[in-house]
Design a protein around this ligand. Structure first.
Ligand code: NDP
Length: 452
């Protein structure tokens, strides 16, 4: 986005203040910088937001809870991890956002995730505020019992801060159906209440159909709307995906169903390139490999010999039409963006949260590449979490078709809001559109409450 000198000065000054008040929280600085780049000019043009110092208020979390989680491994050794719950903003509904278990979790990572969650949740049109939590616990290589003991220990403290009308956690990296079940079981035991305080639950105890698939499917629904604006279709497109977790696998599944060819997936050790495409049969093998056996992606090439495994590399050097970074933050940097553009990429949709660095996003925009930011593109997961809460409150499960149709409707609505607020010449700036549409909803609620 091009700024006037006045705007650029205000943005710079504001972001310096953020860095000063939140030292060493680089991921949080990055998320705020991306946001203010599009929102500050809008604030400057609308006195009620500027006079209300709304951006200062919106970049300060309501509260952060930090606590110790001690647990015993299978050999009887005691371990101590740190956990957080960042309750960022509940202006339009109870805090809502996932829990992440990964050794690189820090307060900065969770603050960036919670901050973005506020605006993503606003875009869904559902009454959800934004939060995020997690721990620096590494689930890799742990037994089921160790995972269970960790989750139970974490919930002893977390249960004091969450509730169906207060804060409703869900999954994220390292927290899938197994972990949510252990967490929910412990919550229920501690509170003696069966309420929808966590989402992503198993189907027989309050979970929603399509929740597992929702983020990946939603990314594809959003992409279809972007392509439709250019009279293009997914069928026949070649695609790159990073990650091999919940978001990546179901993004691959929906792309394949729509006739696109998925050529890559990755994990933190490297990526697989299958020039024949990763079809439904191969995806069934991968689901078993990753979700049941919990093995590494490199095993894929043992079964499918036409595929190549690239140890320690990212998939962005492969030539394709569309790219879907679905693993983690900052996994696609400027050099990767240049490689993609050189190879003729047409569209990038962020399945993961903040997978593209600021420089990469700017580069895509300079080159007029269609770019869907995470806040809009991956909002399908939290949207179906919101629908899970609704079903829990109604005590009535909906069919697969009902939930999928609501998900499609929500993704269409998010796309519509991006087009409305992100108009740029005859195209759409989706970053600007998503940021401003989310901002307006939350800011108006905050102003209505008065100063606080
Ligand atoms: P999973 O834990 O299911 O999968 C994560 C995948 O990313 C794994 O393949 C993992 O590989 C890879 N990965 C993790 N860390 C790194 C790293 N540092 N470098 C390279 N690869 C890495 O997580 P999800 O699929 O649920 O989440 C993926 C992304 O999508 C995250 O950014 C998350 O915040 C976002 N997201 C998730 C939603 C959901 O509903 N689950 C909703 C909206 C956004 P390995 O196994 O080797 O660690």
């Amino acid at each position: 986005m091009v700024h006037s000198k006045n705007e650029a000065d205000r943005i710079k000054l504001f972001n310096l203040g953020i860095i000063e008040r939140n030292p060493a929280e680089h991921e949080f600085h990055q998320a705020v910088q991306e946001f203010t780049g599009s929102v500050m000019p809008y604030v400057m043009a609308n006195a009620k937001y500027d006079d209300g110092h709304i951006l200062q208020r919106m970049t300060e979390p309501d509260r952060i809870v930090i606590f110790r989680v001690c647990w015993e491994d299978d050999k009887g050794h005691i371990h101590c991890n740190r956990a957080w719950r960042v309750q960022f903003n509940n202006a339009i509904g109870p805090y809502k956002g996932g829990l992440r278990f990964h050794p690189n979790v820090t307060q900065s990572v969770l603050k960036f995730l919670a901050f973005e969650q506020v605006y993503k949740n606003a875009l869904t049109g559902l009454p959800m505020g934004g939060g995020k939590g997690g721990s620096d616990f590494d689930p890799k290589g742990k037994s089921d019992r160790e995972i269970m003991r960790f989750c139970q220990s974490l919930m002893i403290e977390l249960s004091n801060h969450i509730g169906e009308d207060t804060d409703i956690p869900a999954g994220d990296i390292g927290v899938g159906g197994r972990e949510i079940s252990y967490l929910f079981g412990q919550y229920k035991r501690l509170k003696n209440r069966f309420v929808g305080t966590l989402t992503g639950k198993g189907l027989s105890y309050g979970g929603s159909l399509i929740r597992t698939e929702a983020t990946g499917y939603g990314v594809v629904y959003f992409t279809q709307h972007m392509l439709n604006m250019r009279n293009e279709k997914l069928a026949g497109k070649t695609t790159l995906i990073s990650g091999a977790g919940n978001v990546a696998i179901f993004c691959a599944e929906k792309l394949t169903s729509e006739g696109a060819k998925v050529m890559t997936l990755s994990d933190s050790s490297g990526f697989i390139y299958d020039p024949d495409g990763i079809d439904h049969q191969k995806l069934a093998f991968l689901k078993e490999l990753k979700f049941v056996k919990r093995q590494r992606l490199s095993e894929y090439t043992q079964k499918y010999s036409q595929a190549t495994y690239y140890q320690g590399k990212r998939p962005w050097m492969i030539k394709a039409d569309l790219a879907f970074p679905c693993a983690t933050q900052n996994e696609l940097e400027l050099e990767d963006a240049k490689a993609l553009v050189n190879n003729g990429i047409q569209l990038i949709a962020e399945g993961a949260n903040m997978p593209c660095s600021l420089e990469a996003v700017q580069y895509f925009q300079e080159k007029s590449i269609l770019f869907a930011p995470a806040k809009a593109a991956n909002a399908g997961g939290v949207a179906v979490s919101g629908l899970e809460q609704t079903q829990n409150s109604l005590r009535l499960p909906w069919t697969r078709e009902e939930v999928d149709s609501r998900l499609q409707h929500i993704m269409a609505h998010i796309h519509q809001q991006c087009v409305e607020y992100g108009a740029k010449d005859d195209a759409t700036d989706y970053v600007k559109g998503a940021n401003i549409a989310g901002f307006v909803k939350v800011a108006d609620a905050m102003l209505a409450y008065g100063i606080g």
